[in-house]
Write a protein that binds this ligand. Structure first.
Ligand SMILES: Cc1ncc(COP(=O)(O)O)c(C=O)c1O
Length: 330
């Protein structure tokens, strides 16, 4: 393992499994596998935990006793951060987009509330445009109150969090060898870009013969292409890495945001049900179902030969399903 990946806590319970989706593979005429990063834990489940292993290592080094982060009202990242903060006996402070629901809350927000995380509400526009400023203001305020806050950016995505999915890429590579399977392509959802960015950097570091595709669930492909490019360059500078980086390695699939971020459509709901019925695996309506849609479109468009092995990275988000129960037609 690369030395720069060692500065982390071990918060996962070993490697997450890669399993073949037998019935969908038959239906689609390709070997389709899923990497179950939805099984990184329970309350801590999903892709965020891999990034938080690195952030919380840094937070401990800095003797923090409080963590501040931000996200949408149903943010998986905010929930995972709050859970972990409580596991360390620290104060979780979450800046969430939206407003306090009048009715009973659901999904991730319910867990945030049970954890008694301090929630500071802001409007969505300010959250997405000025999140770094909002985080810094909150940290200032907490310092003035005597706390030692550690700030984690939206989605845990920065040069610290990126290490999480470089490590995950190495894990997939190891599993390929054990399973005697070479994946031709891997697909994942893109919300802040840390998951895709980490996998791409891993590919560049180990000269991995795999195509890596990200499906954006908000904004557009150009935005994420530039953001991930900058992130990878910053990481390489920080760690003085010499592996070549090619902006063309960042392959985005656009067109699956649907009616907007975190908004479900009847097609998304149908797909969640189709995968659940075929395989007993639940996708979430905000990230993984849209990414899965993007992958299916590439397969339908004939992008892969029949003997291809295709891997879908399941990044979690299960609690988001409950928050959208009404929209899921059941
Ligand atoms: C369940 C889930 N999948 C995928 C993503 C996207 O990951 P990233 O923010 O690293 O792009 C997120 C968060 O943004 C998420 O919560």
């Amino acid at each position: 393992m690369f030395d720069f990946l060692k500065k982390k806590l071990n918060l996962m319970h070993g490697q997450t499994p890669i399993v073949k989706l037998e019935r969908l593979s038959k239906e689609l005429g390709h070997s389709l596998y899923v990497k179950r990063d939805d099984l990184t834990g329970m309350a801590l489940s999903g892709n965020k935990i891999r990034k938080l292993e690195y952030h919380f290592y840094q937070a401990k080094q800095q003797d923090a006793n409080c963590v501040v982060t931000c996200g949408g009202i149903q943010s998986n990242h905010a929930r995972a951060t709050a859970v972990l903060a409580r596991q360390f006996g620290w104060r979780p402070v979450l800046i969430l987009g939206g407003s306090e629901p009048k009715d009973a809350c659901q999904g991730n927000l319910l867990l945030d509330k049970l954890l008694d995380a301090e929630i500071r509400w802001t409007d969505d526009n300010s959250l997405f445009r000025y999140s770094d400023d909002l985080l810094e203001e909150a940290a200032e305020d907490l310092r003035a109150k005597g706390y030692r806050p550690y700030v984690i950016p939206m989605g845990g995505t920065d040069t610290t969090g990126l290490s999480g999915y470089i490590s995950a890429g190495l894990e997939i590579r190891e599993q390929e060898k054990k399973m005697h399977v070479a994946f031709d392509a891997v697909f994942c959802a893109v919300g802040t870009g840390g998951t895709l960015g980490g996998l791409i950097l891993c590919k560049e570091l180990i000269d991995w013969r795999i195509r890596i595709y990200g499906v954006n669930v908000m904004l557009d492909a150009d935005y994420f292409h530039d953001r991930i490019d900058l992130l990878i360059r910053a990481y390489k500078d920080e760690h003085t890495l010499t592996a070549a980086h090619h902006a063309k390695d960042i392959q985005m699939i656009d067109g699956f945001v649907g009616t907007g971020y975190a908004k479900s459509t009847p097609e998304v709901a149908e797909l969640i049900k189709r995968v659940a019925v075929a395989e007993g695996v639940f996708l979430d309506p905000v990230y993984t179902a849209k990414a899965f849609q993007g992958m299916l479109r590439q397969i339908d468009d004939g992008m892969f030969s029949p003997e291809s092995n295709i891997l879908f990275l399941h990044t979690g988000g299960m609690f988001g399903l409950f928050a959208q129960a009404d929209g899921l037609f059941l």
